[in-house]
Design a protein around this ligand. Structure first.
Ligand SMILES: [Fe+2]
Length: 416
């Protein structure tokens, strides 16, 4: 029926922090972890988080174990380059030993890029791209307060460069955090909109990496590139993460204070981060980037809105994987035809996105027919992500997909 690329090497590759601490209340371990890496800690966060009692408690706990604490609390959404310039100017002579990011994805990315410029100097622009960091960075510790981005474990920092009008990634295995403390209690106060957007992001990471291209890279390619596509180790995280979201998304949508569901979602987001850190995201993320810039809509809502249409586009190249997804999510009959199982899996993901009230099509995000050509053209620039997509996507393909996504056309492709 289809020619699916497979991981003929049996390759598995993970990149991960030395220490991962997960669990409700486990933020109590944070000061001791930080102290293992030095005495002078810089915490980077945003203004909202800095005002919370939980944040004040963290600072006091640091001081109680003898840490000297500096706080940069001005991280803005999307992480503008100016934030990094400000922090570098303020703390380059402060003898910082360790950088701790507390907050959503932008705060965690800020910790990575600040640890880089404090250790290696220069401007963050010097490092835009893949593997351009030549020496060690300061130890990075991440403490996520949302469940979705996977930034707590990934070795990429995404920066918005306003002068150039683009979001750019700084990707290097040297940006891998030394530790992450994932405490689901931090997410209890997240408002419904943020919870939905971040959960949709986690779902997108898991589906994209589970269905990624299997690249079968040479040893040389593995040295040059961070993303090796779908592999046997990321699949472990994908399977577990998808099952966790399958059982928790509808519960957190109905009751944001459901602690067990919050914990499951946070663990799933971590699984998504572990998977994307070596497999890499693909067409959903390539297409969302220009849409986010154009409409100023949250990343999670954009990827969530695109996911149903990209799954359908990719289906011909991934029938057996989507069929496995259907079985994993408990909606596919294993005795049925594979295509039927695959469609059941895709429709279950649609239902989870609907439970999160993610926009059902691109018009809900404010995209118009006139925008589509520019979105398709700009998405083609994300070559690093499109290289992970299991089915080749040309600009013309992208335009066709975007048209279906704009009008809510969820028909399935004809497969022979
Ligand atoms: Fe994402």
């Amino acid at each position: 029926m289809t020619t699916e690329n497979t991981n003929q090497l049996g390759l598995g590759l993970l990149r991960q922090p030395h220490s991962v601490i997960f669990g409700p209340g486990q933020r109590a371990q944070l000061p001791y972890l930080v102290a293992q890496h030095g005495r002078r800690a810089l915490i980077v966060t945003d203004a909202r988080m800095a005002k919370t009692p939980e944040f004040s408690e963290v600072v006091v706990a640091f001081e109680n174990v003898g840490l000297e604490v500096r706080v940069y609390a001005e991280v803005s959404p999307e992480l503008p380059r100016e934030n990094i310039q400000q922090a570098a100017a303020a703390y380059s002579d402060a003898g910082i030993d360790v950088v701790v990011g507390i907050g959503g994805g932008s705060c965690l990315d800020m910790a990575k890029v600040t640890a880089l410029v404090l250790a290696q100097g220069g401007d963050i622009r010097d490092y835009y791209g893949e593997n351009l960091v030549q020496g060690p960075v300061l130890p990075i510790i991440t403490v996520p307060t949302t469940a979705g981005t996977g930034a707590e474990v990934s070795c990429i920092g995404v920066v918005f460069d306003a002068e150039r009008g683009v979001k750019v990634g700084v990707a290097s295995s040297r940006l891998e955090p030394v530790a992450t403390v994932i405490d689901p209690e931090f997410t209890l106060s997240a408002p419904p909109g943020l919870t939905a957007a971040t959960a949709a992001d986690a779902l997108s990471h898991l589906v994209e990496t589970f269905t990624d291209l299997a690249k079968n890279p040479s040893p040389e390619e593995m040295q040059q590139h961070l993303y090796v596509g779908k592999n046997v180790l990321t699949d472990i995280y994908c399977r577990h993460g998808l099952q966790l979201l399958n059982q928790s998304v509808e519960r957190i949508a109905a009751d944001p204070l459901d602690r067990d569901a919050r914990a499951d979602t946070m663990l799933a987001a971590f699984c998504g981060g572990m998977a994307l850190n070596t497999a890499g995201t693909a067409a959903v993320h390539a297409l969302q980037s220009p849409i986010g810039g154009l409409t100023n809509t949250p990343h999670g809502l954009g990827v969530g809105a695109l996911l149903p249409y990209v799954m359908r586009y990719n289906l011909p190249a991934r029938v057996s994987v989507f069929a496995e997804l259907g079985r994993l999510l408990g909606v596919a009959d294993s005795t049925a035809a594979e295509l039927e199982q695959a469609i059941a899996g895709i429709e279950r993901i649609d239902a989870l996105l609907a439970a999160l009230r993610v926009p059902a099509d691109l018009s809900e995000l404010g995209v118009t027919e006139q925008d589509l050509a520019v979105i398709a053209e700009q998405a083609m620039l994300s070559t690093r992500l499109l290289a992970n997509n299991p089915r080749e996507m040309t600009e013309r393909d992208a335009l066709g997909l975007l048209r279906r996504a704009l009008t809510g056309d969820r028909s399935f492709p004809e497969l022979s």
